[in-house]
Design a protein around this ligand. Structure first.
Ligand code: PXG
Length: 454
């Protein structure tokens, strides 16, 4: 066994659970005991590759965690962050401001669909979800509609892990332990996947727009005058890429408008080129009232999230005594100058490199390469939209999630490839500027890895 626990090369099947160096870190969304037997540790990155602790270059087929569309250690972002941290490392965000946060907010609203006038900064997508829900409630309160307190999410939805986002989220494994402590007054729309109708669909399925009509049922059940907001991901991401059925988002928008319900798009994944446009709202031609985002806002380099709101929402809240905050909400690090500098450099890079158009042009090639795996006997579905893709494996009998994790590990150890698995669903998030050959190489490697496991 290698003596250095950070260098697992060559003996990754052996137990190292008693060694020093890897115990203290309780890893998020990770099978800790399994991981610590053979840690997969990254120590560097450059462009489209990571450096592993055992000295290998691994191709990143997940762009960080849907975060890093421009590639790792982008020179423009590295430079902006380095300069900013040496100029203004931190500035109080309450009753004070910093120049970079204002500049980023202006730039972000200019990129957003028409009518979005303000941005509230957070540090993550989870905080953005909870902030958006609170803004929706505060808005109704401010306009004299305080009975609207109910929040509607969707089955299989993911809006982070804080109590608000978790409550409207619909991934059972994330919720079940927290039971009665989730928010009251929350209901869920059905998710939009049914393999009988949608399996191996390329892009948006033709089937499923009618599932948006379930909002009418919830309105009838709860009284629409009690519903504050509906929150959905335009393309559900972490549940394993569920593109919206054709006409679905349009129908949801219609129903929300009809009943005075605010529509929130969680664009933590789908913004900044991931679906070939600045925001999925633009790609689908459906404009919500509130947009949350994070990840690609800073190319993943510094944590930051944001909530964009339509002008009327902000304006409705600009009431009350002028010496007091209009919204009693905020984070110590809201609009952090270093994160804002990273955000500005990222948005400049997207513009200068034409990243959104670049991503859009890659879609057909990515779709073809992904769907090449459709014939594999262990594959039960392939789904995609924009540069988001998923391959769903048939679970091994009695061991759900085992195949997915084994493919992830085999890609890492045997193929020098980083692939994300959520249970038995493999997820793909190519760089906005991925090379066509690398997309082809990715799926050759994935096929070999799927072949290799039982
Ligand atoms: N909303 C959406 C739509 C997300 O995808 C969050 C909120 C939460 O963001 P933070 O920054 O608080 O993590 C996310 C995060 C996956 C995966 O495997 C995706 C996320 C998180 C963990 C795993 O696809 N997205």
């Amino acid at each position: 066994m290698a003596s250095d626990p950070m260098d697992p090369h060559g003996d990754h099947n052996t137990s190292r659970s008693n060694q020093g160096g890897i115990h203290a870190h309780w890893m998020p969304f990770t099978s800790n005991r399994d991981f610590k037997r053979a840690p997969r540790i990254l120590t560097g990155a450059d462009g489209h590759h990571y450096l592993t602790s055992d000295g290998r270059q691994a191709y990143d087929a997940f762009s960080g965690l849907w975060t890093t569309g421009l590639g790792h250690c982008h020179p423009r972002i590295v430079e902006a962050v380095s300069r900013q941290i040496a100029t203004l490392d931190y500035a109080m965000s309450f009753q004070m401001g910093n120049d970079k946060a204002f500049a980023l907010a202006e730039r972000l609203t200019a990129l957003a669909p028409a009518g979005f006038g303000q941005v509230f900064f957070t540090n993550s997508g989870s905080e953005a979800a909870d902030t958006a829900l609170k803004i929706a409630l505060a808005h109704h309160h401010a306009v004299g509609d305080a009975a609207r307190t109910r929040l509607i999410g969707r089955e299989r939805g993911y809006h982070g892990v804080n109590f608000g986002g978790l409550s409207v989220g619909g991934i059972a494994a994330n919720r079940k332990v927290f039971g009665a402590s989730l928010l009251p007054g929350v209901d869920h729309l059905p998710h939009t996947m049914d393999l009988d109708h949608t399996a191996f669909c390329r892009g948006q399925p033709d089937w499923g727009a009618h599932l948006a009509d379930d909002l009418s049922r919830l309105c009838a059940l709860h009284d629409p005058a009690t519903i504050a907001a509906v929150i959905v991901e335009p393309v559900a991401g972490s549940t394993g890429v569920l593109p919206p059925p054709k006409g679905y988002l349009e129908r949801l928008r219609e129903l929300c408008t009809q009943h005075g319900i605010l529509l929130i798009f969680d664009e933590v994944i789908t913004a900044f080129g991931r679906v070939g446009a600045p925001f999925a709202a633009e790609r689908f031609g459906v404009v919500p009232d509130i947009i949350t985002t994070a990840k690609g806002l800073t190319n993943g380099a510094i944590p930051m999230g944001a909530v964009l709101v339509r002008k009327e929402i902000y304006e409705a809240l600009m009431t009350g005594p002028e010496q007091l905050p209009e919204l009693f909400h905020g984070y110590t690090y809201s609009g952090h100058p270093v994160a804002a500098a990273a955000g500005l450099a990222t948005l400049e890079a997207y513009e200068q490199e034409g990243s959104f158009a670049q991503a859009r042009a890659l879609e057909p090639l990515f779709e073809d390469a992904l769907h090449d795996l459709a014939d594999h006997p262990k594959v039960i579905d392939v789904r995609n939209f924009g540069l988001m893709g998923a391959i769903e494996l048939a679970p091994r009998w009695g061991a759900p999630g085992a195949r997915g994790l084994e493919v992830h590990k085999s890609c890492f150890w045997d193929e020098d490839l980083i692939v994300r698995n959520g249970g038995d669903i493999l997820q793909f998030s190519p760089f906005l500027n991925a090379k066509p050959d690398d997309i082809a190489m990715t799926f050759d490697k994935v096929r070999r890895a799927i072949d290799r496991i039982d």
